[in-house]
Design a protein around this ligand. Sequence first.
Ligand code: SF4
Length: 259
Amino acid sequence: MANPKIKSSAQTAKKSNATAGRKPAAKSLYSKADLEEIFRRFSIQRPEPKGELEHVNPFTLVVAVALSAQATDAGVNKATRALFAVADTPQKMLDLGEERIREYIKTIGLYRNKAKNVVALSEKLITDFGGEVPRTREELITLPGVGRKTANVVLSMAFGQATMAVDTHIFRIANRLLLAPGKTPDEVEQRLMQIIPDQYLYHAHHWLILHGRYVCKARKPECERCVIADLCRSPEKTWDIPAPLVELPAQIIGAEAAG
Ligand code: SF4
């Protein structure tokens, strides 16, 4: 597992250009003090949250995130461990070739198309970027199979930028809690970037994903285990006494990663 550049939560995060030039978000239901308190509690639970996709460098992170569309992190990790052991650079991936890449990732949904994209993005990295993963969203999204969400994950985990990659968990939480309601991931991204206090912005993406994955679950939120149950304004809430605020055991990468 790589050692992604995780900044201390105490470090004030710089907002990326995600909100630049956009109109202001609708007012959040939550006061500034509520928002501070929500993210303060998340920061105590998980002082150093990490993404659960295994990778060994920025290139393998791009590949892992691109492979994770409509798949669980655990499922992607199982396939990429062996793949990255033999191909951890764009050139090695090209040398491996599409057919053999397919063999490695055939347990992942949409693997044929994804194998094509891995080859195409490796080619583009070599021809346009000297084999290096670019550091801007605009450049990243020119890579085949890399959309805004993937670019945001890479900017955050590989290059330490505060971004908000809205996945299924974040989209659900933002709407369920009426925290940053929006019809599209893009709308939710803009609103979250505007309401999350700056000092919590860098880790907010992982806190929300992990909260959604393990507590505020899709089918039935486990409100009795929730540290923000008293602050939550969700109509789906079933309990309003917050769970004890303690630091959780270190994450087990890839465990229980069902979406
Ligand atoms: S109280 Fe329930 S609905 Fe609200 S955030 Fe917690 S788990 Fe989700």
